[in-house]
Design a protein around this ligand. Structure first.
Ligand code: FMN
Length: 194
C-alpha cells in the first residue's frame, strides 16, 4: 500500500485566526480529502531562537541551540512536502518565519556534509511550497518571499514545487470571506498531495 504523503506546514503569521491561517486550513482540507497527513505548526507559538551564526552546525550538521527547533528538524527531514506560509511584511516573510528559515542553516550544513561524504541523495518526490498573502496588488510584492523560500527549500533538500500567492487581503478574517480563493487553496492542497 502507498504511504500517505506527509505534509509539514509552517505558519509564519503571528496573527491568530488570520489570513494565512485561513489559507492553510483550506489547504489542509484539500490534503485530507486527498488522503495526505498534514501538520500545521505556528512558529509564533514556539520558542525559536534566531540563528547566531556560530558555525557549530558545520561540524556535525546539527544546530547547537536547544529549543523548539530541536523537535522540528526531524519533522522537516521526514516530510514529503514542506509548506512555508507567511503574510508579506515589508516585501518579505515575517520575522517569525525568517527566524525559522535562518535556523535551517543547520540543514544546509547537514546537506553539505552528506554531499562531501557521497551520502546525499536528491529526492525528487520531496517538494517545498510557498503560501503567501499580501494586502497590496504590487507586481513584485512576493519577490522577496519567493527568493527566501526557494533557498530555504534548497537547504531542506526539497525542490520548489508550487506557490499559492494571494493579493489584496489585509484585515483579520478577510480571507474567510473570499470563497473563490479558499476553494483555490483547497485545490492547491489536493494537488500537493499528488
Ligand atoms: C508589519 C507589517 C508589514 C506589512 N507589509 C506589507 C507589505 O510590504 N506589502 C503588503 O502588501 N502587505 C503588507 N502587510 C499586510 C499583511 O501582509 C496583510 O495584512 C496580511 O493579510 C496579513 O496576514 P495574516 O492575517 O495571516 O497575518 C504588512 C502588515 C504588517 C503588520
Amino acid at each position: 500500500m502507498k504511504r500517505k504523503r506527509q505534509v509539514l506546514a509552517i505558519n509564519g503569521s503571528p496573527r491568530r485566526r488570520g489570513n494565512t491561517e485561513a489559507l492553510l486550513d483550506a489547504m489542509a482540507k484539500g490534503l485530507a480529502a486527498a488522503g495526505a497527513l498534514c501538520e500545521i505548526v505556528r512558529v509564533s507559538d514556539l520558542d525559536i531562537h534566531p540563528c547566531i551564526g556560530c558555525g557549530g552546525c558545520e561540524k556535525g550538521g546539527e544546530c547547537v541551540l536547544e529549543d523548539d527547533m530541536t523537535d522540528l528538524y526531524p519533522k522537516i527531514i521526514e516530510a514529503d512536502r514542506i509548506v512555508l506560509a507567511s503574510p508579506i511584511y515589508f516585501y518579505g516573510i515575517t520575522a517569525q518565519a525568517k527566524g525559522f528559515v535562518d535556523r535551517c542553516q543547520a540543514l544546509w550544513s547537514r546537506r553539505r556534509l552528506l554531499e562531501r561524504e557521497g551520502r546525499w541523495r536528491d529526492d525528487p518526490e520531496r517538494r517545498g511550497y510557498l503560501v503567501a498573502v499580501a494586502a497590496t496588488h504590487g507586481a513584485k510584492v512576493f519577490d522577496g518571499a519567493r527568493l527566501t523560500a526557494r533557498y530555504a527549500f534548497e537547504a531542506m533538500g526539497a525542490a520548489y514545487g508550487d506557490e499559492l500567492l494571494v493579493r489584496g487581503i489585509d484585515r483579520r478574517g478577510e480571507m474567510l470571506q473570499d470563497a473563490a480563493r479558499l476553494a483555490e487553496a483547497e485545490a492547491f492542497g489536493r494537488r500537493l498531495a499528488g
